[in-house]
Design a protein around this ligand. Structure first.
Ligand SMILES: [Zn+2]
Length: 261
């Protein structure tokens, strides 16, 4: 069987609904195909989690009995009937999980910060070694020529005064169409990106703009697996992102100076 045929059987397999021969074929495939094995493991974990959440509700069996007695005469047949309980449970689980998410996310609200999201992607490429610097030090003329007033060379010299950030080079990037000075560096051994752009471009990131304009001196957030912090420095918006402690990131961000002071 091919991967997609195997994957179509994941639910039936986990429910032990397949004949012995097919089950064995799947087991053999999973031993040799890491991708399918991972998908099956994930599905199994999700099921376990879902039922663990549902077991917490004690009144549940009584409700199911009531619903079941009403549904039975309908005899809908097919997969849905065999699985209606599971489908219904799934719905409840999704509801419970969504509820938990709503309570928990305000503390992690970071990923909802538009600017953090935009920076996260390119930083991930830097960490993966897919994004490299174009130059070290002064901005080459052919790059400066493309700014068209939306960026300037000083943005590339706007850096932390703290020794903590080791500058390794820079490049021009575009975030949602906004030209930005992207400096690649490290705090200790960890790759950290310093992203600088003109304050007049902040309107492209309304959420970040709202929070910075409201007077928060530093806005921090999660950006996927990274920490993100942003503040104004003179006429610039300055962001730092990396897999380092938030307090450390903030401390380095506070020392950022423009070349003109
Ligand atoms: Zn496979």
């Amino acid at each position: 069987m091919k991967c997609n045929e195997i994957r179509n059987l994941v639910l039936a397999y986990l429910d032990s609904e397949l004949d012995a021969k097919t089950s064995q074929e799947i087991q053999l495939h999973l031993q040799s195909c890491a991708e399918c094995a991972e998908l099956f493991a994930r599905e199994e974990k999700f099921n376990e989690r879902m039922f663990r959440v549902l077991r917490v509700g004690q009144s549940t069996p009584a409700i199911w009995e009531k619903v079941e007695s009403r549904l039975r005469p309908a005899r809908a047949g097919g997969w849905l009937l065999r699985h209606w309980k599971r489908v219904a449970l799934g719905g409840v689980a999704a509801f419970v999980i969504a509820g938990i998410a709503i309570f928990v996310t305000p503390r992690l609200a970071g990923s909802s910060l538009d600017l953090a999201r935009a920076v996260e992607k390119d930083h991930g490429e830097f960490v993966a070694g897919e994004m490299r610097s174009q130059f070290v030090g002064n901005v080459p003329d052919e790059i400066a020529k493309t700014f068209q007033g939306r960026l300037d060379v000083d943005a590339f010299s706007t850096r932390p005064a703290a020794d903590g950030f080791r500058y390794e080079g820079a490049r021009l990037c575009h975030l949602s169409g906004v030209p930005v000075a992207w400096s690649l560096g490290r705090i200790q051994q960890t790759p950290v990106s310093l992203v600088v752009f003109k304050r007049s471009e902040l309107e492209h990131f309304p959420k970040a703009k709202e929070r910075l304009d409201s007077g928060e001196p530093v806005v921090c957030s999660n950006a996927g697996r990274y920490q993100f912090a942003v503040r104004f420095v003179n006429g610039y918006v300055v962001c730092l992102i990396g897999d380092v402690k938030r307090t450390e990131l903030e401390a380095v961000l506070k020392t950022v100076r423009t070349p003109t002071g």
